[in-house]
Design a protein around this ligand. Structure first.
Ligand code: 1HE
Length: 262
C-alpha cells in the first residue's frame, strides 16, 4: 500500500490571468502515478474562466521521470489498456482545452514525462533538461500518446532511434529537432514562461481556441477538408467583436507592430 500523502500531487497558483501548475512529487522525480494524472486533469478542469494561459512545471530536480513504474508491476493487459485510455483522456483535455499551456522542462523529461510535455502547446527547456524514451530498456512501449504526439513533433524515425538505442537528447539537441521551442539557462525557464504566457493570455479567446482546436484537426484532414475547415474557423474568429476591435486598433495606429526579437 502506498503511504497516504497530505500534500497535493499537483499544485495550483493563480496570478491574474496566468495559472502556474506544478507536478509536486519531487521525492519520486514527479513520476506519473494514476493519482498524479487524476489530479492534473482535475486541476485543468477546475481552472476559473479568468485564467487565460497556464504554465506547467515540475518541483525538484526533474520535470518528470515518466510512468510510475511501481504501478505497472502487477498490471494485467486489460488494466494496462484502461490506464492508457485514462492518460489519453487527461492529456487530450489539456491539449484541446480552452487554456494554452507553456511547459518549463528541466532535468529528466523521459518516457511518460516526455509524452506529457508533447501534449502542451509551448515548450521551454532549461539547459539541464534531457529527453529520453527508455521504454525499450524497460520492456514496455509508449502508452501515453507519445507514438502519435512525439512522432508528430520530431518524426517517427527519430522516435524509433531513441527507443531502440536509448539515445538521450540534451536541451540543444531537443531544440534542433523541434521538440522544444526555447532553451534558457538553468533557473530562467519560469520567467521566460511567464512572459510568453502573458502574451498568450492577451490574444483574443477565439484565436486561442482555434489554435488549440482547429489547427491540430486541420493537420489531420485531407487538403480540401483542411482548407474548408480553415475558411470556416477564420470566418468565425474574424466575426468576433474582439477581432473587430483589434483590427480597428491597428488601422488607427493604436496597436503594436510586428517586430523582430519577439
Ligand atoms: C521512480 C521513477 C519512476 C524515479 N517510477 N519511481 N521512466 C524511467 O524509466 C525513468 C526511471 N528513473 C530514472 O532513470 C531515474 O530515477 C531518473 C534519471 C529519472 C532520476 O535519477 P535520480 O538519481 O535523480 O533519482 P533517483 O534516486 O533514481 O530517484 C528518486 C526516487 O524516485 C527513487 O525512489 P526511492 O524510494 O528509492 O527514493 C526512484 O525509485 C523513484 N523513481 N523514477 C517510479 N519512473 C504511459 S506509458 C509511459 C512509459 C514510461 O514512462 S517508461 C519510462 C519510465
Amino acid at each position: 500500500m502506498p503511504t497516504p500523502r497530505n500534500t497535493p500531487l499537483v499544485t495550483l497558483e493563480i496570478d491574474g490571468a496566468i495559472a502556474t501548475i506544478t507536478l509536486n512529487r519531487p521525492e519520486k522525480c514527479n513520476a506519473l502515478s494514476m493519482g498524479v494524472i487524476r489530479e492534473l486533469q482535475e486541476c485543468f478542469a477546475g481552472l476559473p474562466g479568468s485564467v487565460r494561459a497556464a504554465i506547467l512545471n515540475g518541483a525538484g530536480t526533474h520535470f518528470s521521470a515518466g510512468l510510475d513504474l511501481s504501478e505497472l508491476a502487477d498490471t494485467s493487459t486489460a488494466e494496462g489498456i484502461q490506464q492508457s485510455l485514462a492518460w489519453y483522456e487527461a492529456f487530450s483535455r489539456i491539449q484541446f482545452g480552452r487554456v494554452p499551456v507553456v511547459a518549463v522542462l528541466h532535468g529528466a523529461v523521459v518516457g511518460g514525462g516526455l509524452e506529457l510535455a508533447s501534449t502542451l502547446h509551448v515548450r521551454i527547456a532549461e539547459e539541464s533538461a534531457y529527453f529520453g524514451l527508455p521504454e525499450g530498456q524497460r520492456g514496455i512501449f509508449l502508452g501515453g500518446g507519445g507514438s502519435v504526439r512525439i512522432a508528430k513533433l520530431i518524426g517517427f524515425s527519430r522516435v524509433t532511434e531513441m527507443m531502440l538505442t536509448g539515445h538521450v537528447l540534451d536541451a540543444r539537441e531537443a531544440h534542433a529537432s523541434g521538440l522544444v521551442h526555447y532553451v534558457t539557462p538553468p533557473g530562467a525557464g519560469l520567467a521566460k514562461a511567464r512572459k510568453l504566457a502573458e502574451r498568450i493570455a492577451g490574444n483574443a479567446p477565439m484565436s486561442n481556441f482555434s489554435i488549440l482546436n482547429a489547427l491540430p484537426l486541420i493537420a489531420e484532414q485531407p487538403m480540401s477538408h483542411g482548407l474548408f475547415t480553415e475558411a470556416l474557423m477564420a470566418a468565425i474568429a474574424q466575426g468576433e467583436p474582439a477581432a473587430k476591435e483589434r483590427l480597428q486598433a491597428f488601422l488607427q495606429k493604436r496597436a503594436a507592430k510586428v517586430m523582430p526579437g519577439h
